[in-house]
Design a protein around this ligand. Sequence first.
Ligand SMILES: [Zn+2]
Length: 371
Amino acid sequence: MEISTSQKILNELLISYKISRTELEKKLNITPSTLSYTIKKIKDLIEIYKEPSLGQGRPKQYLSLNKDYWISLGVKVGRDYVNITKLNGRFEILERYTFKLSKKNIGNENLSKFLNDAFEKISEKENIKAVGMAFSGEVVEQKINSKILKLENFSPEKIVKTHFKNSVHSILNDVEAIATEEYIKYKGEDILVINYGTGIGACYYGNGELKNNKNRKIIEIGHFFAGGHEKCYCGSTGCLETLASDYAVLKKFKFNNLKIVDFIENEENFENDLKEVRTLYKTFKKRAEDIYEDTFNYLTIFISTIFRILEPKKVILTGEGVTPWFSQMLQKKIINSNKIPIPIIFRGLENNIELGASINALQKYIMTKIE
Ligand SMILES: [Zn+2]
């Protein structure tokens, strides 16, 4: 499938937010007349405005997405909450909802009903062009499998289609959504996102071809073999998550006999203990350093290895289990053990998964609905 100039321009605007005509011509390697011709074709989808340039030059013409046209919905389905955010073409928040998810709402059937009720609340549904949904779980061909949410080949397609008739929708994994948001933040630089918490995930987002999302790759490091004999909830034995995740930390901290399978099943009962161990460094620094030592060692091995293979420009550290102290300790370890510099950026919980999911769905809209 050939990508048209209109598609290229719109995708560039999605990544860059605003861009001048001259920059766009250079970036896409097109002539001013091709640009003018294409702009006419997509004039309702974009905004064009002049801004004075620095110095003595003429005012420059800039392009952005039309904020009233590109209305999207970002949905995050986690174990505890479902968050829904409606955004305009400038990614300003138009509506935002948070729904508490409990044990009785998980599983294919219960979650369908839950999402259906949640979508009822959204206003002006007919204006929504794209619905992006991010799940904690594995996504294969737009279907979700998740032990944590008890989903098997789950597809929310029917519910989305019932509520948002004019929309394109896309499903992705939550780490992919974070990577998508970061990729836009860094204007298309190659990045590696590490998501650390009760699970450990990674996603590489490279500046390759736009087609088929081949430039984005989920790396299930949480379930790479790391040693030991513990059976993991994924079916394998000795997964990194059994040795280095928040679960492993919690086990060392308080629950010697805890099994990862039981922990995943009853995660909500450990909420307070998790909070306690994640902030232990504030009061008992030495103890925290001891408890987390293995975690930092394992993460150093895996992050350094992936970095050397994929050579991203930046490594972004995010997730519920990452505190400023955690990030500092891990950075120190990684820097001291590698002679090549590995740039690590701490994000904590700043990431907006709904925004990443929205962007992903809008990209799909551009690639499937625009000629
Ligand atoms: Zn596993």
